[in-house]
Design a protein around this ligand. Structure first.
Ligand SMILES: [Zn+2]
Length: 177
């Protein structure tokens, strides 16, 4: 059905998802969250990196249903992150926000030019047009991100905002702001 679609090359190998779909069937066998609402039951929102070493719910003792999670490269407060936080605060019970970049993050260790070169080589096509929001000074970026949240006109002072660095080698959070 996707034969003429320009993205068909990315869609053709549906069977490559079989292991995940099988796991999903097992997951659904024991599913407890049916009919559950979508609010953050612990009142928590977490903005963190997409890094696979980060388990955002478990690392603060939460479980599905407790928190809103927003992830991107570097765990940055982007416009999309602010949009998510405003929705979370006003419609989804969020009253505490944790912004959590982490140690040994790829976004802190390479320049945009290096990433463009590496990804261009991997893709086999020019990547110089793609923005990669690298972080030169992680603490300064975190300070700026915390300010962006606390200064947002739609995020009231009653919402507590914390900035933390997650250590991917110890599992510990270190509060900076
Ligand atoms: Zn990262």
């Amino acid at each position: 059905m996707y034969g003429d679609h320009p993205g068909s090359a990315k869609l053709k190998n549906v069977s490559e998802f079989d292991d995940l779909i099988a796991a999903n069937r097992s997951f659904a066998d024991d599913f407890q969250l049916g009919g559950f609402d979508g609010v953050a039951h612990a009142g928590v929102a977490i903005v963190t990196c997409m890094d696979s070493r980060i388990d955002p719910l478990n690392m603060v003792g939460l479980k599905a249903g407790d928190a809103k999670i927003f992830r991107n490269p570097g765990g940055r407060i982007t416009q999309a992150a602010l949009e998510a936080l405003v929705l979370g605060v006003h419609l989804l019970n969020v009253n505490r926000i944790l912004v959590i970049p982490h140690t040994r993050c790829a976004m802190t260790s390479k320049s945009q030019e290096e990433l463009r070169n590496e990804i261009g080589a991997s893709a086999g096509v020019d990547a110089s047009w793609q923005a990669f929001h690298v972080v030169n000074d992680q603490l300064a970026a975190l300070a700026e991100d915390i300010r962006a949240v606390t200064a947002h006109p739609l995020i009231p002072d009653s919402v507590k905002v914390g900035g933390f660095i997650y250590d991917v080698d110890t599992g510990l959070l270190d509060q900076k702001f």
